[in-house]
Ligand binder design. Structure first.
Ligand code: ADP
Ligand code: MG
Length: 260
């Protein structure tokens, strides 16, 4: 039950001159939904790039599914949606179905070879992110939040064990953020996908995640969300200074499940 999906041991990283991460120790268990928070420039995206093997730490070690990152090859076990995924303009010539299908092409080569089973899997995944009504819509004709759901579907259609999301709600209309998070909780609980979510939105996030890591060059907190709620508010303000609103959001007037 306590299977470690990702283990980061005493990792430090610098770009040229700037030391960005210092002595980071963090492990992520199977089935966790981890919220990774920290002010702008605190090293969150850098830490994700290290986990994905896109950057190499100068010190420390990273293990994926128990294997040292230097030997790890099973990249289809990890899905990633980057910060700037939702930048399609109106008129981009691909439908929701085609974009999600492209998540299988790594395995299949050309997607004109999709069989009925693949097509069913694609449709099921589109439904799971709440986009069933938009299968034939052009991706460029969707809102930022809807596009983001489609990119999540593309990342999970090949059934990865872990899904990593870098600030996925940046293009999402504020009133739809909660239903977006609810969709992530559903993927976590119903499909058993381990989730790592980088977000600025501490208020909404703490109602949804199981674990929190709070980063600002060093890891200031890592643990259960219930312990994070007890984490000293003064400590958090010191980490953030005036970067972020820490207040829990009141969503009582929000419409449920509506995407615009
Ligand atoms: N490619 C890069 N080259 C040099 N410095 C970088 C590069 N990418 C990020 N940085 C610097 O590293 C620090 C951490 O950046 P980043 O990991 O993107 O933070 P976050 O995602 O928390 O906003 C910042 O000071 C940023 O300017
Ligand atoms: Mg970032």
């Amino acid at each position: 039950m306590c299977e470690k999906m990702i283990e980061i041991k005493d990792v430090s990283f610098r770009y040229e001159r700037e030391l960005v991460l210092e002595h980071i120790n963090l492990s992520i268990q199977k089935g966790a939904f981890l919220g990774l928070v920290g002010p702008n420039g605190s090293g969150k995206s850098t830490l994700l790039k290290l986990m994905l093997g896109l950057l190499k730490p100068q010190a420390g070690e990273i293990r994926l599914f128990g294997e040292s990152l230097s030997k790890f090859k099973d990249w289809n076990r990890i899905g990633f949606v980057s910060q700037k995924a939702n930048s399609f303009n109106s008129g981009f010539p691909a439908t929701v179905f085609e974009v999600v299908a492209s998540g299988l092409t790594g395995k299949l080569g050309l997607f004109r070879f999709l069989n009925d089973q693949h097509k069913q899997m694609i449709m099921k995944t589109i439904d799971a992110v709440g986009m069933g009504k938009f299968v034939h819509r052009n991706i460029g004709d969707l809102s930022g939040g809807q596009q983001q759901r489609v990119f999540i579907a593309r990342a999970i259609v090949s059934k990865p064990d872990i899904l990593i999301l870098d600030e996925p709600t940046v293009g999402v209309d504020e009133k739809n953020v909660r239903s977006f998070y609810d969709m992530l909780v559903q993927l976590n609980l119903e499909q058993g996908i381990t989730l790592i979510l980088v977000t600025h939105d501490i208020g909404t996030m703490t109602n949804k995640v199981t674990h929190v890591a709070c980063l600002n060059k060093t890891l200031h907190f890592h643990g259960d969300v219930s312990d994070f709620e007890k984490f000293n508010a003064d400590d958090l303000s010191a980490i953030y200074q005036h970067d972020v609103h820490l207040l829990s959001h009141d969503h009582s007037n929000e419409q449920e499940g509506v995407i615009v």
